[in-house]
Design a binder for this molecule. Sequence first.
Ligand SMILES: Nc1ncnc2c1ncn2[C@@H]1O[C@H](COP(=O)(O)OP(=O)(O)OP(=O)(O)O)[C@@H](O)[C@H]1O
Length: 429
Amino acid sequence: MSKYDDLFDATAPDNSLFADKGALDPLADPKEIVARDAQERELATILNGLHEGYLPPTVSVYGPPGTGKTLTTRRVCREFAARNDRVAVEYVNLKECRTLFSAANEILFQLADEKKGSYEGLDGVFDGIWDALEAYPEWTVLVLDEIDHIRQDTNYDPSDFFYRLLRGEGKLQRGINCSVWLVSNELLEVDLRLDSRVESAMSDEAVFFPPYGEDELGAILEARLARAFREGAVPDAAVAYGVQEAARRWGDARKALTLFRQAGETASERDLEAVTRECVEANLETTEKAAFLERAGRLPASHVGVLRAITARRNRHTGAVDQPVTTERIHEVLHSEGVSDRYRLRRRAIREVVHTLETMGLVETAMESGGRDGRRKRIISDARPCVHRARAGRAAVLPSCAGRPASDLAVGRAGPSVSGHAVGPRTPQ
Ligand SMILES: Nc1ncnc2c1ncn2[C@@H]1O[C@H](COP(=O)(O)OP(=O)(O)OP(=O)(O)O)[C@@H](O)[C@H]1O
């Protein structure tokens, strides 16, 4: 017996509760889409416009993470294209694109299997896109996923990008019919602050994917849990508890699948015959933290600045984060001495950012009577774990996505640390 025989013997699962753990992989394409009938219908109705000679220039597909936007949109579009020769569907994920130029190049790559050099500029890439689309069927549906990842870079801003995409000369000259479907967590007009010429070129079509409720998550999980676990390995009570908590905390199918996979692993580690409520409970916090970090990692610098300002105030005696705070307090922090101009948002912008953070589940707000001042919004955030991990320097938490070093989120002893070079800008690549 070699050392590796021993090693693999020692680490082989001998009491696993799983029959097919892959069934809980959120990346696996499920056979059936459940609990999204209304959205499937809305998408199909828009696509059927083709039979009347019209597809909207843009369709916004938006909602919080893990609500089935990608899965449903891709599936419905693909099924439609399979039944109609006049339409082609292309899907491009822009998650990894850090600049607008690379986003356009990614689209070109999907269409034509080629990329342009940076010397050709955004116009060169769009020319390539229109050339490629000329060879396509009469209509193309271009699904751009995670479009909210694209941000202003040193050369272009999102409005430049969208204007070319929707109203580009090359597209109009060639008479290309392209319907751009924008999949994101937020409505883009709000999130990317697109200018009015772009907004007027976009259509109002929008399909919202709300967080899943208990019944919907239960329906999504039912078949997957049955495949994933050995018979009797997840009692109904554990399922009910996990589904209830997943719906209450996230409404996110991806997190719910992960929660049950981890609960199963915990049960195996503890040598249990079945997953218990405690196994689920043990993993709720971990999944919650991972969810928070993932969402926070996608934020642009201005949002991190606001998040940081929300958690900047400490209780003098206990050292704990002093919350809730008001918009006025955030404004005060962001405008205190030493804070870089980039974070000095006006009150209205702060309110918008808080609204975005709330939609993403990163802050909670409540209206409260402010006496003579009328009603005030009180804001609370659970940003502590993120700040804490960044401080400990254990993980490239926010920075990996946003191009900021971990030290950017360090909690200063006094006042905000979003000053000067603290929360740096996104690094274009
Ligand atoms: N209605 C559903 N039916 C079956 N499985 C689902 C459903 N919704 C989500 N899932 C599962 O959750 C996974 C994540 O869903 P999806 O990627 O579509 O979410 P999303 O809303 O696009 O998330 P994000 O905003 O984070 O990109 C899917 O791959 C699938 O495994």
